[in-house]
Design a protein around this ligand. Structure first.
Ligand code: MG
Length: 390
């Protein structure tokens, strides 16, 4: 089977939109970095065995955030031009050369697995293939004074995109030759392939495969991202733990001093347990007990942040995002109110969310029932999760 690799070009200085301190490939769209969206698609599509990111020196910390948990090669530093950056990425793959390489701009975060599959298939014919879209606007050639010189036949025009796919050895050699001959003016890799005489095939691109170029493109990208995550689900979780002897309770990952402790197999964090079940509920993916059986001694005394982190990873693995977590604690004591924001911060940190997506509320049960008799603490949680509609 042919070995397929990808080069993801993320070395541009990008559009620094007003109010944004980072290049566009590291800016979020609906909470997810542009580059991360790209890497996730290529790493998760099951078609690409090695993924080589190219970044600008100095962007390492941003890259680590974008690639966290994803299976990609260590990034290499790009050059002064896109062409030089692609060349650096190809050289990084040359040690274990693939048969086919897909070269993709990080600024196109919506390339689909189907497009990647078409690119690979189309390459087989000529060793070079690029996605293109028919042009719907009439295109005019103009002179240096702004007057129309000619009207081009749009039936023969294509607006081309990435990923551009090539047999690896010839495109690497073409890039090496361009570098040797001091050519640095190629704006895409197909142009280099054409220059060395490769026949480049055009296959169907995707209109949704937009290139984020101008600040207003982020508005469109946000809308596209949200329409992609259109399967909005709500899950609930309930947990109770009884008081026993001790000097503190764990609630929402926060240690709160108290004249009793909560008893349980793990650290008995009712808040995190309810939140974990709420997220698993939204995924229709079992409950905390089915994933972490109390009969299993390895969870004895376990810190419960791992349970919540696990549920969040299940959301990420489905390509989804957590939109909101809401937790209510029911007890007479300890007083939760003074710790509310600290609990929000802890939950947000564990779940990797902004704090304004985490609500924590507290109430007593007016001295009624088991919580009213101070026999234990109850927690109720709701999770709103967005998944790709599949
Ligand atoms: Mg529990």
């Amino acid at each position: 089977m042919a070995k397929i690799a990808g080069v993801i070009v993320a070395a541009g200085r990008g559009t620094r939109a007003p109010g944004s301190a980072v290049p566009k490939q590291f800016r979020p769209i609906s909470g997810e970095m542009v580059l991360r969206r790209c890497l996730t698609t290529f790493a998760g599509c099951g078609l690409v065995q090695a993924l080589q990111p190219v970044i600008r020196a100095g962007d390492e910390a941003l890259f680590r955030e974008a690639a966290a948990g994803l299976s990609v090669n260590a990034p290499v530093a790009g050059g002064d031009t896109r062409q030089a950056s692609v060349h650096a990425g190809l050289e990084a793959l040359a040690g274990e050369p693939p048969d086919i390489v897909l070269i993709h701009d990080a600024a196109r975060p919506f390339a689909s697995p189907a497009l990647i599959a078409r690119a690979i298939e189309a390459t087989a014919a000529t060793g070079a293939a690029i996605p293109g879209l028919a042009v719907t606007d009439t295109i005019k050639g103009i002179d240096s004074h702004g007057f129309v010189g000619e009207t081009l036949d749009r039936a023969r025009l294509r607006a081309v995109q990435t990923p551009q796919a090539f047999a690896f050895a010839p495109i690497l050699e073409a890039h090496r030759r361009a570098a040797r001959e001091g050519r640095s003016d190629f704006t895409d890799d197909a142009a280099i392939a054409e220059w060395v005489g490769m026949q480049v095939r055009v296959f169907d691109g995707e209109s949704s495969n937009i290139k984020i170029t101008h600040p207003e493109d982020f508005v469109r990208a946000e809308a596209m991202q949200l329409s992609h995550l259109s399967d909005v689900r709500t899950g609930t979780g309930i947990d109770v733990h009884a008081f026993g002897s001790g000097d503190h309770v764990m609630i929402g990952g926060l240690r709160i001093a108290h004249d009793q402790a909560l008893t349980g197999h793990s650290d008995a964090d009712v808040g995190l347990h309810a939140l974990t079940d709420a997220i698993l509920g939204a995924l229709a993916d079992g409950d905390i007990g089915s994933h972490f059986p109390p009969s299993d001694p390895q969870w004895k005394g376990a810190a419960s942040d791992r349970f919540l982190r696990f549920a969040c990873e299940r959301v990420a693995a489905r390509g989804g995002r957590i939109a909101h977590l809401d937790l209510t604690i029911v007890c007479e004591a300890p007083k939760i109110g003074p710790h509310r924001d600290a609990i929000r911060e802890t939950v947000a940190r564990i779940a990797g969310l902004e704090i304004d997506r985490v609500a924590v509320k507290a109430t007593t049960s007016e001295q009624l029932g088991f919580t009213g008799r101070r026999e234990g603490i109850a927690a109720y949680a709701t999770a709103t999760v967005r998944l790709p509609w599949s």
